[in-house]
Write a new protein. Structure first.
Length: 164
């Protein structure tokens, strides 16, 4: 999506139904730390802070490896879970939160049928969720890594369509 907010982003789709879709961008690190959001964590947690999307950027979401459950944990895949409850923040404070946790401010949202229309227009590439990409691949490499799961080399795709 050249020139668009979502250009070169990787969005992890978390929920999709007839009313719309909800996801988090997983490759846009912020120049702030988790300590800027939770001052009590300053210097106590190396949890990276990312921009999760343009909607409600005052809300925080935590993506972490599946295995530990908290009050509001939603298992997204076999490898990835989402938590938004305060007991997760307590685990960060105590140093007991899962390693590889990501903190994300805001989310990406689509209205009813909007994502389907964008998919039909080939605006997005759709690949399976991968804990490896979410937690281990460097942020700048995540778009290419997700495309490779589909056998696509992003370096071979032209950003412009049509003829001169």
């Amino acid at each position: 999506m050249k020139g668009d907010y979502f250009q070169n982003t990787v969005s992890l789709l978390l929920d999709h139904n007839n009313q719309g879709a909800f996801g988090l961008i997983i490759n846009q690190p912020l120049d702030h730390s988790i300590g800027d959001v939770f001052p009590e964590l300053e210097g106590q947690s190396d949890c990276p802070l990312l921009e999760g999307g343009p909607v409600e950027q005052d809300r925080i979401f935590f993506l972490h490896p599946t295995g530990t459950r908290y009050e509001s944990t939603l298992q997204i895949s076999d490898e990835v879970s989402l938590t938004t409850s305060e007991d997760f923040v307590d685990a960060l404070k105590a140093g007991t939160a899962p390693i590889n946790t990501l903190a994300l401010l805001g989310y990406a949202g689509w209205g009813a049928e909007q994502l389907e229309q964008e998919l039909a227009a080939n605006v997005w590439l759709l690949s399976p969720a991968s804990g490896h990409i979410v937690f281990e691949v460097p942020y700048a490499e995540r778009p290419s890594a997700a495309a490779r799961m589909l056998g696509i080399d992003l370096n071979l795709i032209s950003p412009d369509a049509g003829h001169d």
